[in-house]
Design a protein around this ligand. Sequence first.
Ligand SMILES: Cc1cc2nc3c(=O)[nH]c(=O)nc-3n(C[C@H](O)[C@H](O)[C@H](O)COP(=O)(O)OP(=O)(O)OC[C@H]3O[C@@H](n4cnc5c(N)ncnc54)[C@H](O)[C@@H]3O)c2cc1C
Length: 308
Amino acid sequence: MANFYTDNPDLRHHLNHPLMEKIVELKERNYSDAAKYDYAPMDFADAMDSYDKVLEIVGDICGGTIADNAEGVDHDGPKVENGRVIYAPGTQENLDLCRKAGLMGMAMPRRLGGLNFPITPYIMAADIVSRADTGFENLWGLQDCAETIYEFADEDQKQRYIPRVCQGETMSMDLTEPDAGSDLQSVMLKATQKPDGSWVLNGVKRFITNGDSNIHLVLARSEEGTRDGRGLSMFIYDKRNGGVDVRRIENKMGIKGSPTCELTYKNAPAELVGSRRMGLIKYVMALMNGARLGIAAQSVGVSERAYR
Ligand SMILES: Cc1cc2nc3c(=O)[nH]c(=O)nc-3n(C[C@H](O)[C@H](O)[C@H](O)COP(=O)(O)OP(=O)(O)OC[C@H]3O[C@@H](n4cnc5c(N)ncnc54)[C@H](O)[C@@H]3O)c2cc1C
């Protein structure tokens, strides 16, 4: 059986980069976790060894089950029943496998259940996943949204949401609307604050990858009367609370396993992340910077597959 990490020596080039030592030192905060967790690295060599081992597992799963499932997933595709997405059977099997192997929330800190992977080996994993099933990389790669929660949410929100992502719950980023694509300043999904201080969301989002995810990051207009980016804030919507339904899935040319959803929000309860008005100009910008790397890795992975 192929291993998509060990059969590709080019990938190791990234791990051997002279800057890695500095990157790992920063991410590991001088290896201070070693005193708290027996699986945390003690030094640079130890850290590199652990990335190598985890990437070998990624390569094994991808070269086996995920690559084997890819064609079936593309034929079956996901479907919508009663406002909920049902993944293609192969997609569900891929997700379960990644959960069991601990490959969700990989870049999150250990104290919240992650592997504390620096971006370099995490993006290498994304490249490998994409080579196996480029559509599945869309779903798996949305674990990246946890980074935005980690960076901008308060400690209580981090404690409540990030461990769930590390245990395998999926995420989505709900930005685009029928009249707001490239120009996100036009987003109109309405966030209303109730007298008790809590928020509800009303409106429509379109083209949302994995739109029936467990935990959504949502860009919404919180400041009534505004029309530009300065009236937008970022919210977390938890599917367990209800209020968001999937109206339909786009019929795409490719990456069919990845459901691209139209969503309706009807008084969906949500939590504000960080400060009001910073949704687009600060938080979505940071989110997009992470997403860019993921999409770049996705492109390299699918090119690798095509080349071979
Ligand atoms: C498979 C898929 C998955 C997606 N997943 C997500 C997701 O998970 N979350 C999410 O929020 N969104 C998602 N999107 C939406 C995606 O971000 C938008 O499609 C994108 O932002 C473009 O918006 P639009 O489709 O409305 O096109 P438009 O913005 O209407 O653009 C149409 C055309 O006009 C051009 N154009 C636009 N503005 C200008 C300008 N000012 N000057 C010159 N040319 C211009 C564009 O280049 C394009 O060619 C997804 C889209 C696809 C296809």
